[in-house]
Each structure stands twice: as C-alpha cells, then as structure tokens.
Design a protein around this ligand. Structure first.
Ligand SMILES: O=P(O)(O)OC[C@H]1O[C@](O)(COP(=O)(O)O)[C@@H](O)[C@@H]1O
Ligand SMILES: [Mg+2]
Ligand SMILES: [Mg+2]
Length: 329
C-alpha cells in the first residue's frame, strides 16, 4: 500500500505543500490518539468558554485547535491560519506561500458519546502583496483551494484528501504511524435513495426544501417513484464520509429557527473543503441557488446553506429551488 508523499509527488504537488499536508496529518494523528483514549485522556466534556460563534467549546475542540495551530505555524510555509475556534486570523511567516483554514473538531456534540468526529482543513494560496495579519487574504472562493481534506476519527482513522486531481482516501496504520492509500479514486454514484438532514428543523425550512423532502418521504407512491432511507450522524464529517463511500445527499438548509442565524455550517471551515472533496469525486455542492465553490466570501466566519452529494439528487433539489424562484417572479 502506498504512502501519501509518493502519491502527491506523482500528482505533481509542490514539495512545500506536501510537507504542509503531512504536518497537518501529524497533528491529526495526535488528535486521533487522544480521541481514542476517551475519558482516560481527560479530553471529554465542556470548557467554560464560548467560541466566536457563541457555542460552548468542548475540551477536545480546544486541544485540537491548539495542536493544529502550533504545528502549522511551525512549518514556515504558512502566512496565516484561520480557525473556527479563533476570533481572528493568526499571522505566520510573512513570506509563507499558503493559508490554512480548519474546523479542528467537527461534530463536537458527538465527543461525549464516543461517536464520529473529525478534523476538516482547507489550504489556499497566500497573496504575496498582503500583510500576514490581513484577514482579507482569506476571502477567496472555494475554487481557489489548492488542497482540502478531513480526518475522520472513527473505528479506524481515515483521511479524505484532494489536491484537485480527484479525491482519495487513506487509512491510518497505527502500527506504522502513517496514512496508507486505501481508495485511489473515490467516485460518487450519480443516483441515490439516501438523504441526510436534521428533520427536527423541518417546520423552519423554506418552501422549496419543505417540498423536496416531502416528496422524498412520499416514497414509491410519490413523484420520485422510489423509497428513500435517512441517516443523520450529527457530524458533517461523518455524513460526508458516508456519501463519499456510497452516495447520498446531505443538506443543512436555511431555516428561520433563529432570525439572526439562518445557516449553521461555515463556508471556510466546512462547506468549501467538503464541496471540493465532493465535486472532485463527481458530486455537486450548492446552497440551493448557487455553487458553493464559487461564493465570494465576505467574512472568514461566514455561514451558508449546504446541499451536497450525488449529482442527480442535488440537481433535483436545485430544481425545486428554481421552480420556487420562477413562481415568485
Ligand atoms: O445539531 P445538528 O442540527 O444535528 O447539527 C449538526 C451539524 O453541526 C455540526 O456539528 C457543526 O460542526 P461543529 O461541531 O464543528 O460545530 C456539523 O458537523 C453537523 O452536520
Ligand atoms: Mg464543524
Ligand atoms: Mg468544530
């Protein structure tokens, strides 16, 4: 089985970028170890603080954030980092060629129940003409990402990674201590009959999403003419992993539960890296009205609606949104 470096070298990936990816993975290996120790490592439970998004931080959120921050800044090739758990960006080497954004721990609420969690990361080119503490550097569309990936801390620790030449999966070999290639070309089936959405928000969704899900639930007797199954892991990293493995559609649409917070997922830390992984595997990722990877961000902590997965199903969902928009004209 092949290790990461030769695979990336074969794809023509720059040596600085390879060593940056390997550094991020070294931190993830450490997080994986601590997660697997569970209560024994004293990493479970909540801290008394809240992050910039007003959410209570889990101990593991803080530990994972610190680990990643420290090693990434030490590489010397990173101009700045932006984390879901930090209010502001953190400047690195002014001559660094890369910017890194990450969600150190995705699916935080799963930590205390020994369920799926993961780390999501995205790497962008650093503009040479900006200061290392200038947050506007990060406001690049997802199409600009030079690499994106996640590490899933499950029964085995797995990495999904893309540098723009398809999506591959690797599995952490704990005896050797590194990630080995276990799926060379992840390919999403175009069609699916499995969806992932938090149904408890149903009454707060907008009409097109209400109609789309309603038609899935009608099954064989409804307009879609087949029965659908549902899964919800409560960690985007787990739901996206399942979709990369066997197809499906995942949605965290807009809702009006809290007027000040219509969207849940973050563009830079979750939506963009997952969208690149999904599209590089032949899937599609949209907000309902536009392709996520083409959004021009206006804030590092901005949130978006996310609908991603098997191409035909996402296009069908898009059709419901387009129909509603036409009816309003
Ligand atoms: O609480 P809900 O509605 O099930 O939301 C779950 C969603 O929230 C998230 O956990 C948010 O991520 P964090 O754990 O990084 O805050 C997603 O991974 C997941 O899809
Ligand atoms: Mg998250
Ligand atoms: Mg998180």
């Amino acid at each position: 089985m092949r290790r990461i470096s030769p695979v990336l070298q074969q794809d023509g990936v720059d040596s600085d970028l390879i060593s940056l990816i390997k550094t991020i993975l070294a931190a993830c290996r450490e997080i994986s170890f601590r997660v697997s120790q569970g209560e024994l490592a004293g990493v479970l439970g909540s801290t008394l603080s809240e992050n910039v998004q007003g959410e209570t931080q889990k101990k593991l959120d803080v530990i994972a954030n610190e680990l990643l921050k420290e090693v990434i800044l030490e590489t010397g090739v990173v101009k700045a980092i932006s984390s879901e758990e930090e209010d502001d960006i953190i400047a690195g080497n002014p001559r660094g060629r890369y910017l890194v954004t990450f969600d150190p721990l995705d699916g935080s609420s799963n930590t205390d129940i020994n369920s799926l969690i993961g780390t999501i990361f995205s790497i962008l080119p650093a503009p040479a003409d900006k200061e290392a503490d200038d947050a506007s550097m990060f406001l690049q569309p997802g199409t600009a990402q030079v690499a994106a990936g996640y590490v899933l801390y499950g029964p085995s620790t797995m990495l999904a990674l893309t540098t723009g030449k398809g999506t591959r999966m690797y599995t952490l070999d704990k005896t050797y201590g590194g990630f080995l290639l276990t799926e060379d070309k992840v390919t999403l089936p175009k069609y699916t009959s499995e969806f992932a959405i938090n149904m408890s928000n149903q009454r707060f969704w907008q009409t097109p999403m209400q109609n789309y899900i309603q038609d899935l639930l009608l099954g064989k007797e409804g307009p879609r003419g087949k029965n659908y199954n549902m899964r919800w892991i409560a960690a985007m990293v787990g739901d996206v992993h399942r979709i990369l493995c066997r197809g499906g559609i995942f949605a965290y649409p807009a809702d009006n539960k809290d007027a000040n917070k219509p969207y849940k997922l973050r563009l830079m830390y979750e939506a963009n890296p997952m969208s690149l992984l999904i599209e590089q595997a032949g899937g599609l990722s949209i907000t309902g009205t536009e392709r996520i990877l083409e959004i021009q961000p206006d804030d590092i902590h901005q949130r978006v609606a996310v609908i991603l997965g098997s191409r035909h199903e996402v296009e069908t969902c898009l059709g419901y949104h387009q129909k509603a928009a036409l009816a309003q004209q």
